[in-house]
Design a protein around this ligand. Structure first.
Ligand code: SF4
Ligand code: SF4
Length: 200
C-alpha cells in the first residue's frame, strides 16, 4: 500500500467507537477495521464461504456495528485462516487477523465451542499434547507411526511425561487455564439463565 493511502486511512480512523466489539479491535491496535468499505471482496475471495454460510464481510460488518450476536455465531469458526481475503482487501485490512481476534473475544466472553473446549482443557492442558497418541483408544496412531518406521510415541511429552507439569506451568503463566476456566464459568451461567427462562 502506498504511503499516501496509508495516511488517508489513518486520518479517517477514529480512536473511539460506539461498538464495544470494534473498540476491542481498536484497543488491540487493529483500528484498521474502521477503514472497511463493505465492498465484499473478502467474501467473494473466501474458499470457506464458497461451501458454507460464512460471510467474511458480514462478520466484519457486524463487529463494526456492534452486533453482539456475531460472537456466538458458529460461522466465525469456519475460517480456515488461508489469508486470501487479507491479500485481496482493497483497504489493506488484516481481515484474517480480525477473524482471529473475533474468536479471541468470543472465547473471552464464554462463546467457546464444546469441541474446542474439550480439546483445549481435557486434552491439550491435561496431556500437554493436542493429538494424544497414548491410551488404548489411540493405538492406531502408534501403529501408524510404527508402520512408517517411527518410534510409537513422538519425542514430546509423550516420551517425557514428567514434562507435562512444566507445560501446564507455562500455560498457567500465559493465562491459558484462567481463560478456559472463565469461559467455562460464563458458558454455564448462560446455560443456566437459558434454562431458567424456559421454566418461567
Ligand atoms: S475486502 Fe476489506 S474493505 Fe472489502 S468488505 Fe472485506 S474487509 Fe471490508
Ligand atoms: S482467511 Fe478465512 S475469512 Fe479470509 S479468505 Fe481465508 S477462510 Fe475466508
Amino acid at each position: 500500500m502506498s504511503e499516501n493511502v496509508e495516511k488517508y486511512i489513518k486520518r479517517k480512523v477514529y480512536k473511539s467507537t460506539s461498538s464495544r466489539i470494534a473498540q476491542k479491535f481498536v484497543d488491540a491496535g487493529l483500528e484498521k477495521i474502521r477503514a472497511c468499505i463493505n465492498c465484499g471482496t473478502c467474501t467473494g475471495s473466501c474458499p470457506s464461504g464458497h461451501r458454507t454460510a460464512f460471510r467474511t464481510r458480514s462478520a466484519i460488518r457486524r463487529a463494526l456495528t456492534g452486533d453482539e450476536s456475531v460472537l456466538s455465531d458458529i460461522d466465525i469458526w469456519l475460517c480456515s485462516t488461508c489469508y486470501y481475503c487479507y491479500e485481496r482487501c482493497p483497504r489493506d485490512i488484516p481481515v484474517t487477523d480480525m477473524i482471529i481476534k473475533l474468536r479471541n473475544i468470543a472465547v473471552e466472553e464464554g462463546y467457546i465451542l464444546d469441541t474446542h473446549f474439550t480439546l483445549a482443557k481435557d486434552i491439550f492442558y491435561a496431556t500437554g499434547h493436542g493429538v494424544p497418541a497414548t491410551g488404548e483408544n489411540n493405538k492406531k496412531w502408534r501403529d501408524l507411526r510404527k508402520s512408517y518406521g517411527l518410534p510409537p510415541l513422538p519425542p514430546t511429552v509423550h516420551s517425557y511425561p514428567e514434562a507435562v507439569k512444566e507445560c501446564q506451568e507455562l500455560m498457567d503463566a500465559v493465562g491459558f487455564k484462567k481463560l478456559l476456566d472463565n469461559a467455562e464459568k460464563l458458558k454455564k451461567e448462560r446455560a443456566n439463565a437459558k434454562k431458567k427462562d424456559k421454566e418461567e
